[in-house]
Design a protein around this ligand. Structure first.
Ligand code: ZN
Length: 207
């Protein structure tokens, strides 16, 4: 029913994942779609490494066609098993992403686990995988999501929902500062840090 109403809940798999959740929120918000602005905050600093990746509006030039074979040709081998955020009984040891971001993505998780140690990394819920490649419109928007190119990752969506700002999102806490430093040094952009929205999400594209 949500799909028929245009809310893109994803395929029916019996799980209340991020797509279903966002579709329900959009439906419950009524006929006027509640768009979420993703504008950079004034004074938001961009790390040098982020300059190696395109701006959002030029991702198709840099990464190729959305949903194309390159978007899942990269493999990220995880340093410890992660769990699917929408199905905690399922653990994963790797996931697929765009060919061009597999190396820096792999480095992010390897360095973060090395920094925190596995136990602390899990206590911080950084091992709760919310998805990478997913050919769909942007949540709370109509343009294609960066997930359509396999260049974005979501972590712990339950405690970092799209519309929460730093007053509520768990990833805004000081304990995550080293993680975001690692993410940015690898060239990725955190939407939480850049626009105080969608703290679950980082991407290899600047705003
Ligand atoms: Zn995301």
């Amino acid at each position: 029913m949500l799909a028929r109403l245009g809310h893109a809940p994803g395929r029916i798999d019996g799980l209340l994942g991020p797509n279903t959740h966002e579709a329900l929120t959009a439906w419950a918000s009524g006929p006027v779609r509640t768009a979420v602005d993703r504008l950079p905050l004034p004074g938001h600093a961009v790390a040098d490494a982020q300059g190696a990746y395109p701006r959002q509006e030029s991702v198709a030039t840099f990464y190729g066609v959305a949903g194309g074979p390159d978007c899942t040709a990269g493999i990220v081998d995880l340093p410890i098993p992660f769990r699917l955020a929408w199905d905690l009984d399922t653990s994963i040891t790797s996931f697929r992403c765009h060919r061009l971001v597999a190396a820096p993505m792999t480095r992010i998780f390897r360095e973060a686990v090395a920094h925190y140690g596995a136990a602390q990394f899990e206590r911080l819920r950084l091992h709760l995988f919310g998805g990478c490649f997913n050919h769909r419109p942007m949540r709370g928007g109509s343009a294609l999501s960066m997930h359509s190119w396999g260049i974005a990752v979501d972590l712990d969506p339950e405690r970092n929902p799209l519309r929460w700002g730093r007053d509520r999102a768990s990833f805004a806490a000081p304990a995550y500062e080293p993680f975001w430093t690692i993410v940015e040094a690898a060239g990725a952009t955190s939407l939480g840090r850049a626009c105080n929205r969608d703290w679950m999400h980082f991407q290899f594209a600047r705003l």
